[in-house]
Design a protein around this ligand. Structure first.
Ligand code: DGJ
Length: 732
């Protein structure tokens, strides 16, 4: 293996005449740079894998020759990734290549190109991590200097990428609380497109730090060249696409510098978050499958482990987490075959018991009024019923009505000399995670729980507030602009400590729903709460968008009550189940309000999910019919890596008599494979015509199956909804 690595390293740095090339490769892609010693680091190419000969001749083919990390000052009109004020006030930076270092292991080859300013002792290392088994290259920078006084970093993007103009379309994700990850697609026109976040704590309610560039016109699911990019950061970000007079769109991605000028001390290293890039010629689907594989194998905590089927108490009882109700829910989910019960908000507070959202955050002791036998009583109850126990916390926050705030009023973010602006419940405040003692406190919230109740299997980590006050009591006056960055460094350091001690604990990143769906935090979390909106119809749209970068194994998707608590829509249980089963299945309702028949339907679905779980959670996703096309149907499927099993989902999205719904063609199957069809979650009196029949992958992919658009049920149960889940198993 060592020999192979050495050979590979020789190929990473190739020479073409005088100009030294750096050639970064993944199985099917190449990123090519020109890095002449003492010269400028230039971007040459990113796309389909190049042969050695093409890589050598590429500079003479014409094309992009922009600086790979443009710095401000000596080429003022061009957009830049870096802009600094040197210690003596000089605003210009000119970077030249000092050298290239390469490091390789079984997972990836990391190449660091060291740049130095021509005048100042100011350095930038441009870093690339090219994965060996998956087509992802991560890129970031490391900025440092030895100047006599601090250097001000005004702009410090993680990466820059020029994209050749043509008919390039951008796919991005926007939204709001309870309507996260809506997909937007638009052609890139001259001017500046900015996607940004300024929340301070959460960063994916209103927009996402992931985008897809479709290089061959309007985005297609299965065809066309695409470049996908995901900024791996949990804090404020800014993505800029500057379409200027050149032949290129200029893409910059990094931390949002607004109100965050960084005063870099001599000898300090400033590391920007990584931008993960992929290139695919299989359209939007190729992009997702690559990101999902990379995520499961290298990014997401415990990404290849199956996730348990759970019941969460929130929509069932809200703050009313009384012991009897908790025990009843434990028994109910165990009875339906579930594997985990999660007690949500409401269980804590001694002096100030948590009855509403106005008090108690910070006081992580059990409310013995509600839970006389304590958490240990519930852990014990879960054990007796043969399931695991999980618990909700919101450790980065406090309420002004809490013992924590009374004891440590200086631990919260607050502008000096100003009234505190408060958030949720009119009393919520954000802890100052720049402060090492606060970091210790947050770590201890988890550590104490796990020490006292080592059987806790799952923690839902919530964050329900933005930063509303710019001011860190911990940071010095001239470091106040570091607040947002220091907060996320503090958070990451706490997460690292937790993961070092509790690697197997399942942790969910929740932030008023889908506020923390990002690859900055996911290395520490097993999954995310996709949205506070559990309405099955709206979930189809939100989960569609989310699936463009995030795999089903991480996408929590719960069966909730009807009418839905957010949209008030009445949706039959069958449809709610069929949607929830396309992600990480869970339940979030009060089972005691369900009929025996409903419980049976859920129990059957849970049993079926256990069977298909490996395919859904570890398989390749093929989106088949987009809800955004508004053709009346949405459909997707997961296919096992061996292509011997697949799960097909079909949801009717609108209802008109005798309407013409499209017949959905499948994808991702082995054309020669012969697949037996089995319907899951069946409610119809008669089986489907194709039940138990065998079709070749070729047929299913060319034609698909004709599915009835209503269910054959007794009159009182008829309604406008229809959905199907089909399990395909290859006959050997
Ligand atoms: C917001 C979360 O998204 C909900 O699921 C729930 O945990 C509440 N917070 C609890 O306050």
């Amino acid at each position: 293996m060592k020999k192979l690595i050495a050979l590979f390293l020789m190929l990473v740095v190739a020479y073409s005449g005088q100009a030294q090339q750096v050639c970064l490769s993944t199985p099917h892609t190449t990123l090519l740079l020109s890095a002449p010693q003492g010269g400028e680091l230039r971007f040459l190419y990113y796309g389909e894998k190049l042969s050695e000969a093409d890589a050598r001749s590429l500079p003479s083919a014409g094309g992009a020759e922009f600086p790979a990390y443009p710095a401000y000052g000596l080429n003022c009109p061009m957009g830049t990734a870096l802009s600094v004020r040197h210690a003596d006030g000089n605003l210009t930076t000119e970077l030249r290549v000092e050298g290239t270092d390469t490091d390789a292991d079984d997972e990836a080859v990391t190449t660091v190109i060291r740049l130095k300013d021509t005048v100042y002792p100011f350095r930038v290392s441009v870093c690339y991590k090219a994965y060996r088994k998956v087509d992802v290259i991560e890129t970031w920078t490391e900025i440092s200097h030895q100047e006599k006084k601090p250097v001000l970093l005004n702009q410090f993007a993680s990466a820059y990428l020029p994209i050749r103009r043509g008919d390039v379309w951008l796919t991005s994700f926007y939204g709001a609380w309870a309507n996260e990850a809506r997909m937007a697609q638009e052609p890139l026109e001259p001017g500046m497109k900015v996607i940004k976040n300024r929340d301070g704590v959460r960063n994916t309610h209103t927009a996402h730090a992931e985008v897809i560039f479709s290089l061959d016109g309007r985005p297609q699911e299965n065809t066309g060249r695409v470049i996908g990019a995901a900024l791996c950061y949990s804090g404020n970000y800014k993505l800029r696409i500057d379409t200027d007079e050149s032949d290129y769109h200029h893409f910059f991605a990094g931390i949002n510098e607004d109100n965050s000028t960084y005063r870099l001390k001599g000898g300090e290293l400033f590391r920007t978050p990584a931008l993960a890039l992929t290139y695919s010629n299989e359209g939007m689907g190729g992009n997702s499958r690559t990101f999902h594989r990379w995520s499961r194998a290298y990014k997401l905590a415990n990404g290849t482990e199956p996730r348990k089927i759970l019941l969460n108490s929130w929509e069932g009882v809200y703050f009313n987490t009384q012991e009897e109700a908790m025990k009843q829910m434990i028994a109910d989910i165990a009875g339906m075959g579930g594997e985990l019960f999660v007690m949500d908000d409401g269980w804590f507070g001694d002096k100030y018991p948590r009855k509403t959202d106005r008090t108690s955050l910070g006081d992580w002791s059990v409310d013995r009024q509600k839970l006389p036998s304590g958490v240990e009583g519930l852990v014990e109850e879960a054990r007796k019923k043969g399931i695991r126990f999980g618990i909700w916390i919101e450790p980065e926050m406090a309420n002004t009505q809490s013992e924590l705030f009374e004891k440590h009023p200086d631990w919260v973010l607050k502008a000096p000399g100003r009234e505190l602006v408060k958030g949720r419940g009119g009393t919520q405040v954000v802890l100052d995670l720049a402060h090492p003692q606060v970091q210790d406190f947050v770590f201890r919230v988890v550590d104490d729980l796990m020490t006292r109740y080592p059987e806790i299997d799952y923690i839902k980590w919530d964050a329900n507030m933005s930063i509303l006050n710019h001011g860190s009591p911990y940071l010095s006056a001239d470091e106040q602009s570091h607040m947002y960055i220091a907060y996320h460094r503090g958070l990451e350091s706490v997460c690292q400590r937790i993961r070092a001690k509790y690697p197997r604990l399942t942790m969910q990143a929740c932030a008023s729903g889908g506020g923390r769906v990002n690859y900055g935090l996911l290395p520490y979390f097993d999954e995310f709460w996709t949205s506070d909106n559990t309405d099955a119809v709206q979930r189809i749209y939100m989960q569609w968008g989310t699936s463009c970068f995030f795999p089903a194994v991480a996408m929590a998707s719960h069966i909730s009550a009807s009418p839905n608590h957010q949209t008030f829509r009445t949706v039959p249980l069958k449809f709610r189940i069929d949607v929830a089963m396309s992600g990480r299945l869970g339940m979030e309702l009060q089972p005691k309000h369900m009929t025996e028949e409903e419980k049976k339907l859920c129990a059957d679905a849970i049993a079926a999910y256990k069977e298909i779980r490996p395919v859904v959670q570890q398989g390749d996703l093929y989106r088949l019919q987009s809800p955004y096309d508004r053709l009346g149907v949405a459909s997707l499927m997961y296919v096992s890596p061996e292509k011997d099993k697949a799960v097909f989902y079909w949801w009717k999205m609108e209802h008109f008599k005798n309407q013409h719904l499209p017949r959905v063609r499948m994808n991702g199957l082995n054309p020669q494979g012969r697949y037996r069809i089995r319907e899951l979650n069946r409610i119809d009196k008669q089986p489907l015509r194709m039940e138990g029949e065998v079709f070749t992958g070729a047929y299913l992919m060319a034609n698909g199956l004709e599915l009835p658009d209503t269910h054959q049920v007794d009159k009182p149960q008829r309604n406008e909804y229809a959905s199907r889940v089909l399990y395909l198993e290859e006959i050997k």
